[in-house]
Design a protein around this ligand. Structure first.
Ligand code: HEC
Length: 118
């Protein structure tokens, strides 16, 4: 319940940040920090992220996820993506993704960009 409340309270702040400009900055950050492992197709380096927003966590059939990420239930909401990108190992202990994005604004921009990936 606490988590739900936090998510609801965080929503206006995240919506305020949503804009085409934020997504463009998110694309720039993604190309710098994420693209080396996340391409248009899944590779052993990382799963493809097309359509990841709203999709099941660890839901792609063409990637061999860690037990840690597979153990997470639910879908990739903005809140879940924000938590994972802030502290991957805290969100999903045992995840193989080590990369974190410490700045909340950068996370919001990257998430706006992820929403555009089909
Ligand atoms: C060094 C390689 C690497 C980099 C760089 C990287 N990732 Fe990942 N990412 C992975 C791997 C590997 C997984 C799968 C983790 C697991 O199975 O525990 C993953 C999983 C994910 C997932 C979950 C996908 C799903 O299908 O559930 C998201 C979302 C994600 N990464 C976003 C990002 C973002 C955004 C960035 C840039 C800030 C990034 N990653 C940078 C390797 C990387």
């Amino acid at each position: 319940m606490k988590t739900v409340l936090a998510a609801v309270l965080a929503l206006p702040a995240m919506l305020a940040l949503s804009s085409p400009a934020a997504a463009a900055e998110g694309e720039r950050l993604f190309n710098l920090q994420c693209k080396s492992c996340h391409g248009a197709k899944s590779t052993p380096m990382g799963p493809a992220l097309g359509g990841v927003f709203g999709a099941d966590i660890a839901g792609r059939t063409d990637f061999n996820y860690s037990a840690g990420l597979k153990a997470k239930d639910g879908t990739w909401t903005a809140q879940a993506l924000d938590s994972y990108l802030a502290k991957p190992m805290a969100f999903a202990p045992g995840t193989r993704m080590m990369v974190a994005v410490p700045a909340a604004t950068s996370r919001a921009e990257i998430i706006d960009y992820l929403k555009t990936l089909k």
